[in-house]
Design a protein around this ligand. Structure first.
Ligand code: FRU
Length: 494
């Protein structure tokens, strides 16, 4: 039986899918049918297809009582809308169905584990909003909330764990056992990642605190994920209230990857390193899955909470996911590259080799907006190697500027001329590693976004653009002469 709230949400979502034309949508990035989306949820394989749910408020382009929207894909590029999966329609989630995850059960059903936000009326009569973990079970389209909800409550928390910030379960199975990591605000406001276990996916118990921020890497840790990658374990989380640290971590909402070893028998994670995940302007709450051919794929919300209250006039959809990325861990770095499936959508190849560039130059046939372009730059004279500038999304009024300053190994991005008419954060800079002066940039561009992959994925930087979505000029410029190779394709998603 569908609740009235779910029916209503499905109706408005369906209207959005029908009436908002493809011109208003990105070509290959996930959005909601209509209205607002944030975090990816339940990114997982179900019956041989990849499912993605997301935090969804179809009623406006602003955050509101959270539903779960739903899409699926066979190749991470072409997505199919499915009906809204969850609405905030029970006593334990009437303030919202917050983030969570999904898994295929041995009996063929799909289990969703999410955070139910609801009211609690303590004896003093002052109402409080609390967070508990809940379950819904279904067939890939319709889900029923589990009768035993909530399955994790304040009683399951370690000492002094906050019941007000206890959210975003990420579930996995290991052998016969289920596990979930959940974010929690511990004493002193610090972020903790809690580990829970279950024999059947329904009855859960607390195991340990897997790791803690100790107020060093932000405060509350949201949206954790935990997985093995190339011989190490990665505990990824999205901290709130990060303090900036050099050029590695910027202030505010960020995403970090704690790298370490994991002793499975005793459930102990030993952290060895902390990495930044994306150096751009818009990237939060990533979630990963493992494909049948063993690839670890990550998708994230291509937004930053700090910027969400400003809009282009008249938009009917707000929020997009990144293009999914393949992850590796190599030489102490989290290597990220666009899913290889995107390559089947490359059309109209244009290649230039060893072009000498100094003054701002546009190259014959090198322009485009919905594209996959790789630019490799080599100095003519390493000793005398000045700034290299790539401009994309260019017309008379717009441009997004990418600068490489080899003397300092510094990289800068600036979208201030392709952006909202608000003074939000438009620029970032960060260090890149030195490959004897050569730098390789892969640019994945859609109507309203740029995702940059630097030096074969050693670093990634994502940002939303708010210009006309059409400007397609590209120029190259260098302080001292450089050789430039360009390989450019349009991405045609038919
Ligand atoms: C992260 C987050 C999650 C929460 C969700 C609510 O972006 O704050 O912690 O579950 O968004 O929409």
């Amino acid at each position: 039986m569908l609740s009235e709230k779910l029916k209503q949400a499905r109706e408005i979502d369906q209207k959005g899918i029908e009436f908002i034309s493809s011109d208003e949508r990105p070509a290959f990035h996930v959005t909601g049918g209509i209205g607002w989306i944030n975090d990816p949820n339940g990114f997982s394989i179900y019956k041989g297809e990849y499912h993605l749910f997301f935090q969804y408020h179809p009623y406006s382009t602003h955050w509101g009582p959270m539903h779960w929207g739903h899409v699926k894909t066979k190749d991470f590029v072409k997505w199919e809308f499915l009906p809204v999966a969850l609405a905030p329609d029970t006593d334990f989630d009437d303030e919202g169905c917050f983030s969570g995850s999904a898994i295929e059960m041995p009996d063929g059903r799909q289990l969703l584990m999410y955070t139910g936000v609801s009211h609690e009326m303590p004896e003093d009569g002052i109402e409080q909003v609390i967070q508990q973990q809940c379950i819904a079970i279904g067939d890939g389209i319709n889900y029923e909330k589990y009768k035993g909800n909530p399955v994790l409550t304040a009683n399951d928390l370690p000492k002094d764990g906050s019941k007000f910030d206890f959210r975003d379960p990420k579930i996995w199975r290991d052998g016969d056992d289920y596990y979930a990591v959940v974010g929690n605000r511990g004493p002193d406001n610090t972020g903790n990642i809690l580990l829970f276990t279950s024999k059947d996916g329904f009855a859960w118990s607390f195991v340990t605190i897997l790791d803690s921020s100790h107020n060093e890497y932000g405060r509350m840790w949201e949206c954790p994920d935990f997985f093995a990658l190339d011989g190490k374990y990665m505990l990824m989380t999205s901290p709130q209230e990060m303090a900036a640290d050099g050029l590695k971590f910027h202030a505010g909402f960020g995403v970090i990857c704690l790298v370490g070893d994991y002793d499975k028998t005793n459930c102990r994670f030993k952290r060895e390193d902390v990495l930044a995940v994306d150096y751009g302007l818009d990237f939060y709450a990533p979630q990963t899955l493992e494909t049948e051919d063993g690839r670890r794929i990550m998708i994230a919300w291509m937004q930053n909470w700090t910027n969400v209250n400003t809009r282009v006039d008249g938009v009917r959809i707000f929020g997009e996911m990144t293009l999914p990325r393949e992850l590796h861990y190599r030489d102490g770095m989290l290597i990220q590259n666009p899913v290889r499936e995107i390559e089947s959508y490359r059309k109209h190849e244009t290649v230039c080799k060893n072009v000498v560039v100094k003054e701002e130059t546009e190259l014959d046939q090198i322009k485009g907006r919905i594209m996959d372009m790789t630019v490799t730059v080599r100095p003519k004279d390493v000793k005398n190697y000045g700034t290299f500038i790539l401009k994309i999304g260019k017309d008379e009024r717009h441009e997004t500027v990418i600068k490489y300053i080899p003397k300092e190994n510094l990289f800068k991005i600036d979208r201030s001329k392709s952006a909202l008419r608000y003074d939000i954060v438009h620029r970032r800079k960060f260090y890149v590693s030195d490959h004897e002066g050569e730098i390789k940039l892969r640019v994945i561009m859609d109507k309203h976004s740029i995702e940059l992959f630097i030096n074969d994925g050693e670093q990634a930087a994502s940002m939303m653009l708010y210009d006309n979505g059409i400007a397609d000029g590209i120029s190259f410029e260098a302080e001292s002469e450089v050789y430039v190779d360009v390989e450019k394709y349009d991405l045609v998603i038919s």
